[in-house]
Design a protein around this ligand. Structure first.
Ligand code: C2E
Ligand code: CA
Ligand code: CA
Length: 661
């Protein structure tokens, strides 16, 4: 009985101690008092029940005052020790608090022994008395140190066992120190009375311990209940009964914080792409019906271990584990076909066109944002693609998509932030290598990605429409810059087909010329053959008005598309720029040389001067000269450089070359 009380009591004490440490001060004092009462009752009852089992070989009585005193001592001392433990911030303090507890239970034991009156001569072995106190103090100190280290996790481990050891070693070493020489003859007769006393003591102790445990349990249940109810209220969608985004995020965080080694997981996000159309056409009821039915289908398709939530109005997400060799793609397609099945609403058949974005991850090394972001990127691809309703996140593919997304977002702000700069690349006469003019080439110095090629960001600017503002800025900058150059040098500015759709483009150009102080004949607009793709009639008329200003037109990248000849028939150009693919291998490939020859011939028969782009070697230059080509642009004669660099070059070059006009 003593052993049972001791074990249960020590367990309860440590639980209550942990609860006391979590309670806000000074409410924590009440918890400390409860802990001390339970601890005191446990130690005291253990002691008395064990004493009742002790066969002294002589008649025994108990001093009531001292007996009560021993109980008060242990409760009071424990209160002090535990209060110290709860308030201490670490270091050696938990162990010090443990020493106080050890001394307290030792005091209780020996005061209890004073209350134990034996009809005989009593002798104590001092060495064992000292040993018992040292054991009690040492083990209690260890118990509380262990309790502190497990605080916040679980107290089920070593602390209660150490506390039991402290109580037990104190008691039995203490009893071994006691030697009794009976003076009166004694016969064991009052067994029943002792058993009754033991039972009563144990019951009383048990009740106190139970009261402590109940208090703790009740407290835990009510607080869990309350917070769970508040959470659940906000986080469950009442339409579908599925958790909402906050719970989904919690679940994801839980998974990432407790990784199972080697386990991989799947995150799926699905969007019902036609939901808005359905609500528009058939009304809100149809929309609600479609959402409920979809939630039902998802619930039925759910695999064990999967957590499903409604993460947006027309969006659902799921996370769950995947097997080592599982084919994610075919599983995702299976889900998609379950969700895509037509729904019958009244007399109508509804098609939702669900799109799925899937990403795999292993919890170590993934962050929640990354994981969610990946499935979103895959979903965004699935939504754009007419043929792929299910997309799995692909590092190279989607990371690039993300970069493009960021770049497209930043484009307009970049203009305000002065992140753009115009570089200039010389176009030269082959004969004396003097400069005819410069092509303006845009550069973007992105704060995160560094220098970005226009080949990457111009298409994005065209998609978002930002090219209109950016192009206008390039035009103004180029005119302003070129007005400071020698009179015979032109500036060539690239124009996107999108800019050609603005009816006021000629006025914009005039504006740039006037405010920059550049005469129209020194501006050249470079256009590619794609200019006629959309509205060719208006494009041709706008180009006519630009030409009427006196501005020159050049056909860029000639020969790379399918309609180069067609464009030449409809628009009058002042120059053709032959794409660099035509010079790349003229040194080694006779076929390429033959094509180049034909192209130059074409220019001659159309009476349009040709400039060859991308000339990189002296050998290419020599061949071009032999073929009768007169103008080139390329790394050989100058790379694109900031305006300041070409201005510096010019001061050096002055006097070396002189071009007649
Ligand atoms: P593009 O109009 O064909 O411009 C020529 C491109 O070839 C430039 O690339 C230039 O740096 C590069 N290049 C010049 N010489 C050589 C050479 O010898 N070897 C090689 N390998 N490359 C050479 P960049 O500056 O990266 O421009 C790329 C494209 O971006 C341009 O092609 C043009 O289509 C577009 N772009 C640039 N600036 C603007 C602009 O302000 N507005 C518009 N709409 N497009 C622009
Ligand atoms: Ca160009
Ligand atoms: Ca070009």
């Amino acid at each position: 009985m003593a052993a049972a009380i001791c074990c249960v009591g020590a367990g309860a004490t440590m639980q209550l101690l942990a609860r006391s440490a979590r309670a806000p001060w000074p409410l924590g004092l009440v918890w400390v008092l409860l802990t001390a009462t339970v601890a005191g009752a446990s130690v005291w009852c253990t002691h008395f029940v064990a004493i009742l089992a002790y066969q002294a070989g002589a008649p025994v009585t108990y001093d009531p005052a001292l007996t009560m005193a021993s109980l008060l001592i242990v409760i009071g001392g424990c209160f002090g020790g535990f209060a110290l433990f709860v308030r201490a911030r670490g270091g050696a303090w938990p162990a010090v608090a443990g020493c106080v507890i050890g001394l307290t239970i030792s005091a209780m034991h020996y005061v209890g022994m004073l209350a134990f009156r034996i009809g005989g001569v009593v002798r104590w072995r001092p060495d064992l008395v000292v040993a018992s106190v040292l054991l009690a103090v040492g083990l209690s100190a260890l118990a509380l140190a262990a309790a502190r280290s497990q605080l916040g996790t679980r107290l089920a481990g070593f602390a209660p066992a150490l506390f039991v050891a402290a109580i037990v070693s104190l008691h039995f070493t203490g009893m071994a120190a006691l030697q009794v020489i009976p003076l009166t003859a004694w016969s064991p007769g009052a067994e029943d009375a002792r058993a009754a006393l033991a039972l009563a003591t144990a019951l009383m102790g048990g009740m106190i311990i139970a009261a402590g445990i109940f208090a703790h349990a009740l407290d835990t249940i009510t607080s869990l209940d309350a917070s769970a109810r508040i959470d659940a209220f906000a986080s469950i969608c009442d339409q579908t009964g599925l958790p909402r985004r906050p719970l989904f995020e919690k679940q994801l965080a839980l998974l990432l914080n407790n990784p199972k080694p080697g386990q991989r997981y799947l995150i799926v996000t699905t969007k019902l792409c036609h939901l808005n159309d359905i609500t528009d056409i058939y009304g809100d009821e149809a929309g609600d019906f479609a959402i409920r039915l979809t939630a039902d289908r998802i619930d039925r398709a759910r695999q064990p271990g999967f957590f499903v939530a409604r993460t947006g109005r027309s969006e659902f997400s799921a996370i769950g584990p995947i097997g080592d060799h599982e084919d994610i793609r075919s599983r995702a397609h299976l889900w998609r076909s379950m969700l895509a099945a037509p729904m019958v609403f009244g007399e109508h058949e509804i098609f939702l066109d669900p799109r799925l974005g899937v990403a795999c991850f292993s919890p170590d090394g993934s962050s929640a944002e990354n994981v969610v972001q990946h499935s979103r990127l895959a979903l965004s691809r699935a939504r754009k693609s007419p043929l792929e309703p299910v997309c799995v996140y692909d590092e190279t593919f989607d990371a690039l998509a993300e970069r493009h997304h960021v770049l497209a977002d930043n484009l307009l702000a970049a203009l305000d932030n002065g992140e753009f700069e115009v570089y200039y690349q010389p176009q030269v006469w082959i004969a004396d290598r003097s400069v005819i003019g410069y092509e303006a080439l845009l550069r973007w110095n992105h704060p995160r990605f560094g220098l970005i090629s226009p080949n990457e960001f111009i298409p994005l600017a065209e998609q978002t429409g930002a090219i209109v503002d950016i192009g206008a800025w390039v035009l103004r900058s180029a005119c302003r810059e070129a007005s400071g150059w020698p009179d015979d040098q032109r500036v060539a500015v690239n124009l996107s087909p999108l800019q050609l759709r603005q009816p006021d483009l000629p006025e914009q150009i005039l504006d740039a010329l006037v405010s920059g102080g550049l005469s129209p004949g020194r501006l050249e607009i470079e256009l590619t053959e794609s200019l006629l793709i959309d509205d060719r009639v208006s494009a041709i008329s706008i180009l006519g008005r630009i030409r009427a200003l006196g501005v020159k037109l050049a056909l860029d990248d000639f020969g790379t598309g399918y309609s180069s000849m067609d464009v030449l028939r409809h628009v009058s150009f002042d120059k053709i720029k032959l794409d660099r693919s035509f010079v790349q291998d003229i040194e080694t490939n006779p076929q390429s040389l033959a094509i180049l020859h034909a192209m130059l011939e074409l220019g001659r028969s159309l009476a349009i001067p040709i400039l060859v782009e991308g000339v990189e070697t002296e050998r290419q230059m020599a061949i071009l000269q032999a073929e009768g080509c007169r103008k080139v642009q390329g790394y050989l004669t100058g790379k694109p450089a900031p305006a300041s660099a070409i201005a510096a070059d010019r001061t050096v070059a002055i006097g070396l070359f002189r071009h007649a006009g």
